[in-house]
Design a protein around this ligand. Structure first.
Ligand code: FES
Length: 105
């Protein structure tokens, strides 16, 4: 059983619609994505360079990096398009009532 606590991040009302938002949680730069009713979270810094994915373009479940147009699947952080080859770290998300929580160790 995991002992990692859920961290209260923001109000669900502050989530964008089918878009990406950058937030800092427990000192980590995190990208939150909404795809329909689902919410996902990964590290916000691209694994290829110093670009913030929250400045990129979300198309369905893919986030395109604004710097070299590499892509990741926001559901699990895996790379889906060159030049990125390393996965982003992804984080469990839950929406409970009007609050959004992340699990970050
Ligand atoms: Fe993201 Fe190069 S910095 S693809």
């Amino acid at each position: 059983m995991s002992t990692t606590a859920w961290v209260d991040v923001l109000s669900a009302d502050d989530l964008p619609t089918d878009d990406v938002l950058g937030v800092v949680v427990a000192g980590r730069d995190i990208a939150l994505y909404t795809v329909g009713d689902a919410v996902y979270a990964t590290d916000n810094i691209c694994t290829h360079g110093q670009a913030r994915l929250c400045d990129g373009f979300l198309d369905g479940h893919e986030i395109e990096c604004p710097l070299h147009q590499g892509k990741f699947d926001v559901r699990d952080g895996r790379p889906t398009c060159a030049p990125v080859t390393a996965a982003l770290r992804s984080y469990p998300v839950k929406v409970d009532g009007q609050r959004v929580y992340l699990q970050i160790d």
